[in-house]
Design a protein around this ligand. Structure first.
Ligand code: 13P
Length: 250
């Protein structure tokens, strides 16, 4: 079936020297993982992290990508720049980018398109805020975010993307969705994909849970049939915690 994918989102943490040290420590701890292991690091760390993970089972990810090939877009990075830096995965539409940097469903779709065309694997983040869950909007909202993000891709391209369901109220708060809540909402996302691209594509798409995932709750979440991995913030900054999550099945 679907191979789990566990990705760390380091956010704005770790200088190049700190990044090297963290992946050095991580490498032996995750080398027998039965899942894809990814670290999504700040762009200034690409080179240091690449050097350490070369030949290992750890893959490099970025935290954003611009949709244009090049040009006057101060502060942005193109898909080709990421590719040449050894990046294979890229987080797109994280709720922090939506909340603080004006990211919209439309720009998420543009970034996803650019990433896929360049051969990068997007990790597309969707998820509801607390008030949206309380108002009963979670299901249509995550379905809408997902389908807009994927607009224009072929079924084959869609089957290879990763979606991360991250309830905004669970990010960095210590609150986690219950195993059942996470499974149910990820099921809604998969159903939306099936409705648009067919069941075969939906059965291939890997959908992660993200939001205060940690060694103590990973087993329960990963035991759910719809959950294919995790996108880990805080707990990805410590080798012991991140490796315990990666090795959830031991
Ligand atoms: P935390 O694991 O720190 O809650 O962050 C989740 C997240 O935002 C991953 O992208």
């Amino acid at each position: 079936m679907r191979r789990p994918v566990i990705a760390g989102n380091w956010k704005m943490n770790k200088t190049p020297a700190e990044a090297s040290a963290l992946v050095e420590e991580l490498k032996p701890l995750v080398k027998e993982a039965n899942c894809d292991v990814v670290v999504c690091v700040p762009a200034v760390d690409f080179s240091a992290v690449s050097a350490v993970i070369e030949g290992s089972n750890i893959h490099l990810g970025a935290q954003n990508v611009h949709f244009k090939d090049s040009g006057a877009y101060t502060g942005e990075l193109s898909a080709a720049m990421l590719k040449e830096s050894g990046v294979e995965y890229v987080i797109i539409g994280h709720s922090e980018r939506r909340q603080y940097f004006g990211e919209t469903d439309a720009t998420v779709n543009q970034r996803v398109t650019a990433a896929v065309k360049a051969g990068l694997k997007p990790i597309i983040c969707v998820g509801e805020k607390k008030e949206e869950r309380e108002a009963g909007y979670t299901d249509p909202l995550v379905a809408y975010q997902t389908l807009i993000a994927l607009t224009g891709l072929t079924g084959e391209e869609v089957s290879d993307v990763i979606i991360a369901y991250e309830p905004v109220w669970a990010i960095g708060t210590g609150l986690t969705a219950t195993d059942e809540q996470a499974n149910e909402t990820i099921g809604v996302i998969r159903k939306a994909v099936a409705g648009q691209y067919g069941q075969e594509v939906a059965d291939k798409v890997r959908i992660q849970y993200g939001g205060s995932m940690k060694p103590s709750n990973v087993k329960g979440l990963m035991a759910q049939p719809e959950i294919d991995g995790g996108l880990i913030g805080g707990a990805s900054l410590k080798a012991a915690d991140f490796s315990a999550i990666v090795n959830f099945d031991r």
